[in-house]
Structure formats: structure tokens, C-alpha cells
Design a protein around this ligand. Structure first.
Ligand SMILES: *Cc1c(COP(=O)(O)O)cnc(C)c1O
Length: 356
């Protein structure tokens, strides 16, 4: 008899990672499908990681003490308010694991990060997706209206992956004030460093015992392959995440690389500014072609291509650009990461040839 797999696990749709880049007719090949940083690691990061590699026979520091202290100092919080895991997706799994029991509901805007429905389903909870409002933004009124006695967690993704807009600070603060305080509100800020809008969320003004902020080293910091993410939360919640996390999950080279990255803040800022300039050029270029591109406060742009999604994605692929099509409705479209300047130029070139 086959081993019975828990239904919550057996029915999980597999996560689709970004495809490797195809090669275009002129030899162009760019991976713009996973919102990765196109730059090499920040100065000092490779050296720090290599130094740590020499001790691979030893377990890493399970408490991530040095990195935790550096993050606590950066954010002006206590060490006990930080919890690390292997990427912020792992932090999300750990957070859900600490609060979900059977019959619970988890609310999130949709379309949003494709990891959310998977993470929720694995816990056995029920996903309650709430359609995005105009401009591909979170519809906070509709989210409030979707709260039931079974609601346990609300996910807010700002800037929203894959559509790009932020949830403005004041709206988010009002929203938090209106949510029951026994519901955990997780604010996923994976792309925060790219948000330039003056009304982007200020986490220190949104701190409540039930509010958790998630951050990652995978995007702006360019450490996607090293798997380091964390949350800032009430000490009780941060402690629970540490208890639920895989022991020794964040490797010593990853901890060292993250620490060295934090120390290279000025270089980070310069790269982020460069990517923001490129993003502006891509958004403007696509809008000039008549495409209804939502505001992007992240390192990607969203083409709401609807039923043309598959056909248009094929055009980008044929030119050597790996992009991320989402063909299921509502809100079918194509997410394209802002990459190196040559890649972005090619994006605009291909976009100019698309048939409406
Ligand atoms: C990329 C991303 C993350 C971070 O993933 P890691 O596990 O830290 O690599 C989290 N949330 C969103 C919305 C993302 O797009």
C-alpha cells in the first residue's frame, strides 16, 4: 500500500521557478524571470563567504548571533525581535506553522506572490484570495470585508509581486487599526529597498504585537542563492519563528555574506539607484507604447497582457529573454525583472513589435 501523504501536501501545486534564459537569434540571453539582482555580490562579500567556507566541517552559529545583532542595530530593535530563516519564504512557512490550526483562514490579495497559496495549503489552512483593486493595488476595504471569525493571518505584499505598486503607509496603518488584534498581519517587504514613493510603509510606525515585517537578502542585496531572510516582530512571535525554523538552516557562508552586505550599504544604494533609473525607463517606454503598466516600486514591471499573455511571453522568449508569464485569470499578465541596461533595451525593443 502506498504511504498515505497528508492531503494538504499531496494537493500542493508545484512552485514554478523562473526558467533559465533562452538564447535569441543575435546570441542575447537574459534571465528576467525571478526578480534577481543582475549585479555581482557587493564588495567584500565573496571574501567573507570564502573565509567562512573554510570551516564547513563545523555547524554554523545556530543563533545567527552576529547577523541578528547587526540587523537589530540597523532597525533600532532588540535582538529578540529579529528571527532569521533560509529566505523570507522560509520565514513565512515558520510564521504560519507557529499560528495555524485546522480550519483557519489566511487572507491575501490576489494576484500576489505565487508562494502564498502553496505556503498556506501546506499548513492545512484555507486560502482566502481577495481580488486586487484598480491599478493592481491591494483592495484593503475588500480585505477587511473578507475577515471572518476563522481568519488567523493576513498577508500584505508591498511592493506587490508581481504587479509592482505599494500599499501606502497611511492606508496600511488604518487597515492595521481595523483588524482584530488576534489576527497576525504579515507585511512582506521583499522589494522595500526599491520603493521610492514618499508614502511607502514605515515599519517602525506600524509596529503592533500582531504585526510582522518580513525582509530578505535575496533581491536588493543580491544574495538569492544564499537563502537569508528575516522578520521583525514582537519577541514572542520572533521566538516562535526561531523555534520553528530548521536548526542551523542559515549556513555560515550565508551569514557571513549577509553581514558583509550590510556593511556595504553605500554600494548597495548606488546599485539600487541604478536599477530604479532603469525601471523608470522601462515603465515609461512601455507606457509610451500604449500599455497600461501599473506603477512599479520594485525591480520588475507588470504587463497586464490578459489573454495575450502566452503569445507575448513567447515573443520575449524568442528574443532571448526569460520572463514570467501568469496565464491564469483574473489578472493574467507578464512580469519582467529589471535587469542590466542591454536586457532592458531588448525588452522595450521586443515590446514595440508585439501585436495587440
Ligand atoms: C522574492 C520574494 C521573497 C523572498 O524570497 P526569499 O525566500 O527570501 O528568497 C519574499 N516575498 C516576495 C513577495 C518575493 O517576491
Amino acid at each position: 500500500m502506498p504511504i498515505p501523504i497528508r492531503p494538504a501536501v499531496a494537493s500542493v501545486p508545484p512552485y514554478k521557478p523562473g526558467k533559465p534564459a533562452p538564447v535569441g537569434p543575435d546570441g542575447s540571453s537574459f534571465k528576467l524571470s525571478s526578480n534577481e539582482n543582475p549585479y555581482p555580490p557587493l564588495p567584500g562579500v565573496i571574501e567573507a563567504a570564502q573565509h567562512a567556507v573554510q570551516r564547513m566541517n563545523r555547524y554554523p552559529d545556530m543563533a545567527n548571533a552576529e547577523l541578528t545583532a547587526a540587523l537589530a542595530a540597523k532597525h533600532g530593535v532588540g535582538d529578540d525581535e529579529i528571527a532569521l530563516s533560509t529566505g523570507s519564504v522560509a520565514v513565512l512557512y515558520n510564521l504560519l506553522q507557529t499560528v495555524i490550526t485546522d480550519g483557519d483562514e489566511v487572507l491575501y490579495a490576489w494576484r500576489s506572490f505565487e508562494a502564498y497559496p502553496i505556503a498556506v495549503q501546506l499548513t492545512g489552512a484555507r486560502s482566502v484570495p481577495v481580488p486586487l483593486g484598480p491599478g493592481a493595488t491591494h483592495d484593503l476595504e475588500a480585505m477587511l470585508a473578507a475577515i471572518t471569525p476563522a481568519s488567523k493571518v493576513i498577508l500584505v505584499c508591498t511592493p506587490n509581486n508581481p504587479t509592482g505598486p505599494i500599499v501606502p503607509h497611511d492606508q496600511l496603518a488604518d487597515f492595521i487599526d481595523q483588524v482584530r488584534d488576534d489576527i497576525m498581519i504579515i507585511i512582506d517587504e521583499a522589494y522595500l529597498e526599491f520603493a521610492t514613493a514618499p508614502d511607502r510603509a514605515r515599519f517602525d510606525d506600524l509596529r503592533r504585537p500582531n504585526v510582522v515585517t518580513m525582509r530578505t537578502f535575496s533581491k536588493a542585496y543580491g544574495l538569492a542563492g544564499f537563502r537569508v531572510g528575516y522578520c521583525i516582530a514582537d519577541p514572542a512571535i520572533a521566538g516562535a519563528v526561531r523555534a520553528a525554523a530548521t536548526p542551523f538552516g542559515v549556513s555560515a557562508p550565508a551569514q557571513a555574506a549577509a553581514l558583509a552586505s550590510l556593511a556595504a550599504d553605500a554600494d548597495l544604494l548606488a546599485r539600487v539607484e541604478e536599477l530604479i533609473k532603469e525601471r523608470t525607463a522601462v515603465v515609461t517606454g512601455l507606457r509610451d507604447l500604449g500599455l497600461a503598466i501599473p506603477d512599479s516600486e520594485s525591480n520588475f514591471v507588470w504587463i497586464p497582457a490578459g489573454e495575450r499573455t502566452a503569445a507575448w511571453a513567447a515573443e520575449f522568449e524568442a528574443a532571448g529573454l526569460a520572463v514570467r508569464p501568469f496565464t491564469d485569470e483574473p489578472d493574467a499578465g507578464i512580469r519582467i525583472t529589471v535587469g542590466e541596461p542591454e536586457a532592458n533595451k531588448l525588452v522595450l525593443q521586443v515590446a514595440g513589435t508585439l501585436k495587440p
